[in-house]
Write a protein that binds this ligand. Sequence first.
Ligand code: AHG
Ligand code: MN
Ligand code: MN
Length: 343
Amino acid sequence: MARSQAQTSVITIERFIMEQERLHPEATGELSNLLYDLCLAAKIISRQVRRAGLTDILGEIGTTNVQGEVQQKLDVFAHDTVRHSVEHTGRVCIVASEEEEQPIPVQVRDDRRSGKYVLLYDPLDGSSNIGVNVSIGTIFSIHRRNATKRGPGSLADCLQKGRAQIAAGYILYGSSTMLVYTTGQGVHGFTLDPTIGEFLLSHPDIRSPAVGQYYSVNESHWNKWAPGIQRVVGAFKNGDHGRVEAKNARYIGSLVADIHRNLMSGGVFLYPADTNAPQGKLRLLYEAAPLAFVVEQAGGAAIDGLGQDILDVAPTELHQRTPLIIGSKQDVAFASAVLAESR
Ligand code: AHG
Ligand code: MN
Ligand code: MN
């Protein structure tokens, strides 16, 4: 639904979520409220990210987060902030985070039913970039619980294929703080106006160019890659007999930042398996799958490089890793074809 510029300039994320909910008469509002909960967490983490450098300079000036806890390492802070923003609401039955080995079943409290949703998240993505003021992010994935069960959720509720996701998205703490999400009705971007504390609709209906101008990969792993991957990256670097044009290299080392740039400008990101990491480095459930949902909804594609779409990979472990090739549709299709020829 096209909107005039005037209409989009003052649409808060709360209003947008409500309008989206109205498109589904059967909606109960629980998913909308869960998305609001994540917005609150995003604002709190954004405030802390913006102050990260100062904490050292200013030392422990008694800064506390909303739970009254003394300031912690940013990724632990982000983990706690998301968890505390959702676990008391009765909307989720279990949460799983990169920061916790086991999923955290959400106990039933003051006779609230455990919720019907499952939240999987990477509280702070790109941790190696925190101390050098480079963009970092948070990634989230929402599933519906196994309908036959009640009470706190279980690991089985977390181990669902990406194709079953109800919603997914990320927050990018970059030059501005953006929240980008999908519920399967397209991809929409919101920019935080810190002066009013609201996420405003800034990028409605994001569509990713079919052919990207960028390729993003950590080429220091070149000698550890399989020949097929070397062929694919070589083609993105130098062009390949008219099948694909040479691209510009851009690699930030924060997955959310690399994916967002490629989503907006067109590009392809690769984190292949290598001899040191035979399953790849990135995690399926709270990195690859949510980002694959967003990218596919924006017209792109995401594969594991082993013949499967990321969204069709059946998870067996909570923190399982997967190789990942994700971004502009034609670039991913080229990679898939070359890898199929190389198998
Ligand atoms: P996280 O900080 O959540 O562990 O994620 C880091 C990931 C991802 O953000 C990025 O794409 C990748 O690590 C970079 O890895 P390399 O430094 O090996 O390139
Ligand atoms: Mn990560
Ligand atoms: Mn992380």
